[in-house]
Design a protein around this ligand. Structure first.
Ligand code: MD6
Ligand code: FE
Length: 207
């Protein structure tokens, strides 16, 4: 069920459920879990196949998403250390399951991509299509500074709507929205209790 619109930017799209502040009460535990993961598998700015470096820094838990000159893929191992990515912490799995259930999905993630945006970082329009099973949703959790999230259609050239995602907001994407183009506009500097940055957790069933 979509919660009442608390931030004045309503958004309705088939297959998208916006759960405002759903993760807020877990924020301290989530940030502690992110810190523990980053101690094992530090945030790094990965290289895209075209040769450029992403402005967003990333790490993973469980099955990890990676990009390098060879392309995009999922991998059990962190290419920096050669070790497995840290396990998905229970607080992550529990949150993802509860949010997905709220949107009508029976979902257990096998991986979580953690994005770290410093002011100035952005993510260009893309589709998430490296997962094996598109019937599984993606659960996205925002923490820290607000982001201007762009949500488009199934073609890159389709018009986009901008949705502001705030600390604690969770978005569940499934069904017809699962392969929609989306991106994040340049993060503006600001202050937040968790720090001057934004985290985005995307929970996936990758394999
Ligand atoms: C972000 N999110 O919010 C980037 N992808 O920083 C994504 O790229 C994303 O939120 C697939 C499904 C949900 C997402
Ligand atoms: Fe994405």
């Amino acid at each position: 069920m979509t919660q009442p619109d608390l931030f004045g930017d309503s958004f309705a799209r088939d297959g998208v459920t916006v759960l405002r502040r759903f993760a807020e009460s877990d924020d301290v535990a989530l940030v502690a879990a992110i810190d523990a993961i980053a101690a094992e598998a530090p945030f790094r700015r990965m290289t895209v196949p075209g040769g450029g470096q992403m402005s967003v820094a990333m790490t993973n838990a469980g099955v990890g998403w990676v990009t390098d000159a060879q392309g995009y893929r999922y991998s059990g191992e962190d290419p920096v250390s050669g070790k497995l990515w840290p396990d998905l912490p229970p607080v992550f799995v529990d949150l993802a399951q509860r949010a997905a259930a709220e949107a009508g999905f029976d979902f257990t993630p096998d991986g979580c991509l953690i994005n770290l945006y410093a002011p100035g970082a952005r993510m260009g329009l893309h589709q998430d299509r490296n997962e094996r099973d598109f019937s599984a949703p993606i659960v996205s959790v925002s923490l820290g500074l607000p982001a201007r999230f762009q949500f488009g259609g199934l073609r890159r050239s389709d018009p986009v709507e901008t949705l502001v995602l705030h600390h604690g907001d969770v978005v569940v994407w499934g069904g017809p929205a699962r392969k929609a183009f989306h991106g994040v506009l340049t993060l503006k500097p600001g202050h937040h209790a968790i720090g001057g940055h934004r985290y985005n957790l995307t929970f996936r069933k990758a394999l």
